[in-house]
Design a protein around this ligand. Structure first.
Ligand SMILES: [Zn+2]
Length: 280
């Protein structure tokens, strides 16, 4: 149990003692509370806490409105598994992790594999009874400082996680680090056009989308390429139109805007593995 975890500071492996995981390199200890490890770095990004509080508030509102649909999430997980099967073997020993999934049932849709979920809010969700019991091993941790061993995962899922991340570039660099040489990344990002530049903050529609960042296709491509990842497959589908109002930058509030959004699904490999496959 927990063999795939590692220190978020130096990626040292853990030694287990009662109720704690201790880093064999730096000696720092991390608590295991109600069977869930809580593994955060000593220094977090400055904007990180505020971003997580905003997400927790949004999830609480959604739960009060009737919550998410676990069955739809499981079905989506099953579809993702089908999409992945031609590219990676998914058997009982396959190691999968979903980042920033907020307790989603997506990984339950997979029919096998060793399934981890890393989410900064996992502890808070469990405390509010919003974390589902099931086959997923939940870890309270930050996608920017993954508490996972390097090269330990065959599949990494990022579904709507980049939009919510304090630092999307760091999340993708960490994704690349924990990916096994033959591994694949499933990345789902809501594209929002028109936007200018890389990862511009989506200050125009915060209430409607619950996102921190809005990405163009170019911005997403630049982000994963800089992290040493390459696209093997790409699917872009219309998502929906989001109506919102301008609220920030000191502009007059209340101006109605219409934003067209698309969902981009990408299957990524390490750049080296993609180049090998292309040459073969
Ligand atoms: Zn350490």
């Amino acid at each position: 149990m927990w063999d795939e975890l590692a220190c978020p500071e130096d990626h040292g492996r853990f030694e287990r003692s009662r109720g704690w995981l201790s880093c064999a390199q730096c000696g720092r200890g991390f608590p295991v509370i109600d069977a869930m490890p809580h593994i955060f770095p000593a220094d977090e990004l400055p904007c990180w806490r505020a971003a997580q509080q905003a997400r927790l508030d949004e999830l609480a509102i959604r739960a009060a409105e009737g919550g998410r649909d676990p069955q739809a999430n499981r079905q989506m997980g099953r579809r993702i598994e089908e999409w992945l099967r031609p590219h990676v073997q998914i058997v009982s020993g396959t190691r999968l992790v979903e980042l920033g999934s907020s307790g989603s049932a997506r990984l339950e849709g997979f029919r096998c594999g060793l399934r981890y979920g890393v989410d900064p809010l996992a502890g808070a969700l469990a405390a509010h009874g919003l974390l589902r019991a099931g086959p997923v091993r939940w870890v309270a941790g930050s996608p920017e400082y993954l508490p996972l061993a390097s090269g330990a995962f065959d599949v990494v899922l990022l579904c709507g996680a980049l939009e919510q991340a304090a630092d999307p570039q760091r999340v993708l660099a960490e994704t690349r680090r924990v990916l096994a040489p033959h591994g694949v990344v499933w990345l789902e990002v809501a594209l929002q056009d028109p936007q200018d530049g890389i990862g511009r903050r989506a200050t125009r529609v915060p209430a409607a989308t619950g996102q921190l960042w809005a990405f163009t296709m170019d911005a997403v491509q630049q982000l994963f390429a800089e992290s040493g990842l390459a696209a093997v497959q790409r699917m872009v589908t219309p998502l929906h139109h989001t109506a919102g109002t301008t609220e920030t930058h000191g502009e007059a509030a209340g101006t109605a805007i219409q934003v067209s959004r698309r969902l981009c699904r990408l299957l990524l490999r390490s750049s080296a593995a993609a180049a090998r496959a292309a040459a073969a």
